[in-house]
Design a binder for this molecule. Sequence first.
Ligand code: HPA
Ligand code: MG
Length: 225
Amino acid sequence: MADVAVQPDGRSGGIVIEDDWPGYSLDLFSYPAHYSGDLDCVFIPHGVIMDRTERLARNIMDDLGDHDIVVLCVLKGGYQFCADLVDRIKALSRNSNRSIPMRVHFIRLKSYLNDRSTEDLHILGAEDLSFLAGKNVLIVEAIVGTGKTMKTLLKHVEAFRPKMIKVAGLLVKRVPHNWACLPDYVGFEIPNRFVVGYALDYNEYFRDLNHICVISESGKIKYKI
Ligand code: HPA
Ligand code: MG
């Protein structure tokens, strides 16, 4: 996040999904039957996520090729994006003259209850990150909302004195003022709506959904705690 990826027009640099995007009808795609009635629409189909991820991998390779990196996967929501991104970087490393030696480390953040962010952010598995000293770190996150979580995490990681920190975020929500803390690599810039699927959850449900979808009001009630 050293140099913020904000564009001259204040945009994130990812594919922009506008506020009035209605999504695709669920009838156009397949999804698990156990979620019928729980979703409003397919917001980003799985294939589009994969295609965008492939390009992000190339951008990362262009910038960091031949550097050793430590990938810091932010669980739980980031597991699918991280796995697919690492997979694409590996494919590029196999098929070109440049390559990125990668280590992968996992940390876990928790701050959401239902569809609301709670005040207390827990960082688990990050007690001793001293092995990051002098390393190039790529933080991989599924979603950046207000940027508050991202800022807290960056401060935490910076304390271990890595040589460089870059952040890849699959989704960035368009919320006021989060442009002050944007990932270096952004998949999609989306409206400020609660989305699920592709490992993003609502109270631990919907991680087993391939597409990124908008949850329905009845789905929110059904899985509320
Ligand atoms: N969905 C799931 N988890 C999240 C979201 C979201 O829209 N925003 C922050 N965490
Ligand atoms: Mg969650």
